[in-house]
Design a protein around this ligand. Sequence first.
Ligand SMILES: [Zn+2]
Length: 278
Amino acid sequence: MVNALSVDVEDYFQVSAMAPYIPRDTWDSMPCRVERNMDLLLDLFGENQVHATFFVLGWLAERYPAMVRKIVAGGHELASHGYGHLRATDQTPEEFTEDIECAKAILEALSGCAVSGYRAPSFSVGASNPWAFDCIAQAGYRYSSSVYPVAHDHYGMPDAPRFPYASRKGLVEIPISTARAFGRNLPAGGGGYFRLAPYWLSRWAIDKINREDGRPALFYMHPWEVDPEQPRIRAADLKSQFRHYVNLSRVEGRLRQLTRDFQWDRIDRAFHSELAQL
Ligand SMILES: [Zn+2]
């Protein structure tokens, strides 16, 4: 069983939970860590013969074109995380369309590759804004990975399908993985849970999806999660600080273990048969 590994390429100061404390017009003056962290990830994946899908912010791609080319040169899939990391729920359909079309155009111009995947910031596509799926399809994406079918205070759509489904004509939604236990969906696809909970829980959940559901799992992470030295944002509320900084020093080791315990590939290959059904 080959699972899918994905990385949302944004820097530590662009995270949605930190947005209230860092005005966007100060982004350009923040010390960037993304190139250092991406080099670490690309080296780690290269050493372990892992290919992944990178959902890159248009804002970062414009400033770090060499990073975009390194992703493609490493044999990874280049995908879009939108331009400015605004939640879909905070935009009008027109603003959202402009953001995702702009990011796609930038990434395709820099890489010379077709970009077919999109992931909304903070999994902000759901029951309150079904129009977003229409915008994603119309912008020319073939798949979206914007739904995490769990209950969470900032995101999540617990009633959404757990496995890939056609959300619109020509558009497949590939949700982040959950494991079914105790009558509910448990998060099994990374993010903060991967840092907070012990490693064996992630391994158990991914294994359960592979064996009991007979499906590949989809895991996601961020470059700033392998960076314990990143500048601290002390203005943030304590809950956001805890969620962002907990166990950062453990992620690199856990990620190495994850690449040994399972087989990983890009989303477009791991979910090839689901995408072929379009
Ligand atoms: Zn993001």
